[in-house]
Design a protein around this ligand. Structure first.
Ligand SMILES: [Mg+2]
Length: 313
């Protein structure tokens, strides 16, 4: 199946803006046990602007670096992350990135710094949360996508489980980007695609766990079974489930993801990326889109990635 340029362009933009919306909607509830969709809507409705956090800030950096380097370049990515952090350090970064950036600035090669920061590297969700640009740009080549997702992860989250989480999230965005628009969503086929991509181990087990969960979701059960925390393996599966629970509604998927509690901005961002990649930017409600900080810039980044992909053919 060949997707039209307009569909793809909308999906590339949707993955980026979807990340920003999920992040911004989820940010006020980080660390909560559970939240009702009504409360999330109410808080978003009261805010003048929807501001995003490190998840989106690093997603923007990754897209900028892919565009500047015309593909993936780890050194450029690290420099981009550092420059962006210096400009906007208030984006709610965890303790890892600033420490890493300090080490690199003091002369430690980033590869060494990323391994030293947490013994054996971090398996936090920081490289999965920013994976949307990789997911859309390499959507039709999953082996290159895996390679790039791993190398992107190695710059900050070098542990195998961090790399695998980033690759799985990128794969979910990629599969969503490549689906036929308007056709009935095939949950089993989507899950099989992900299982076939994930190496054996915890991610494959969690994907099997998703199969066993009821489609009429009970949030406490989902959070207990799949996790809702800051580790990549405790957040990527929850985002995938949230998308699968509401494949045809961006709003419901993202509200559901945040309602799980825990690392709400990141799980919201990852769900927004997958859903935005499938449904396109037009499916993201205006009431949120119009309030999202730097939304036009994110939309442009998605569109420019789409254009670059066309040129490189
Ligand atoms: Mg965040």
């Amino acid at each position: 199946m060949t997707l039209s340029g307009e569909v793809l362009k909308s999906r590339f933009a949707g993955a980026l803006v979807g990340t920003g919306i999920g992040d911004a909607l989820g940010a006020p509830f980080e660390g909560r046990r559970m939240v009702s969709p009504e409360e999330i809507e109410a808080v978003a409705g009261r805010r003048e602007a929807l501001t995003y956090t490190d998840d989106t800030h690093m997603t923007i950096g990754l897209a900028e670096s892919l565009l500047r380097s015309r593909g993936f370049d780890a050194d450029d990515l690290v420099q981009t992350f550092m420059a962006n952090y210096d400009l906007e350090p208030y984006r709610g970064y965890g303790p890892g990135p600033p420490r890493l950036f300090r080490l690199v600035r003091a002369g430690t090669p980033w590869r060494k710094a990323a391994l030293e920061l947490y013994r054996g590297g971090s398996y936090g969700n920081g490289s999965a949360m920013r994976a949307a640009p990789i997911g859309v740009f390499y959507y039709d080549d999953l082996e290159t996508l895996r390679d790039v997702a791993w190398r992107s992860s190695e710059t900050t989250h070098a542990h195998r489980l961090g790399r695998e989480g980033a690759a799985l999230q990128a794969c979910a965005v990629a599969l969503a980007t490549g689906l036929e628009p308007g056709a009935a969503f095939d949950r089993d086929a989507f899950l099989s695609g992900l299982s076939g991509f994930a190496p054996e181990g915890i991610y494959r087990e969690k994907l099997d766990g998703i199969r066993g969960l009821p489609t009429e979701p009970d949030t406490a059960g989902v959070a207990g079974e799949l996790g809702n925390g800051i580790e990549a393996f405790n957040s990527v599966p929850a985002a995938i489930f949230s998308f699968l629970a509401h494949p045809d509604s961006f709003a419901q998927a993202v509200l559901y993801a945040i309602s799980l509690g825990g690392d709400t901005d990141t799980i919201g961002a990852m769900t927004g990326a997958i859903s935005g990649a499938y449904l396109g930017i037009g499916a993201i409600p205006d009431r949120w889109k119009n309030k999202l900080e730097n939304r036009h810039y994110m939309e442009q980044l998605g569109e420019r990635l789409w254009e670059m992909k066309g040129q490189d053919r």
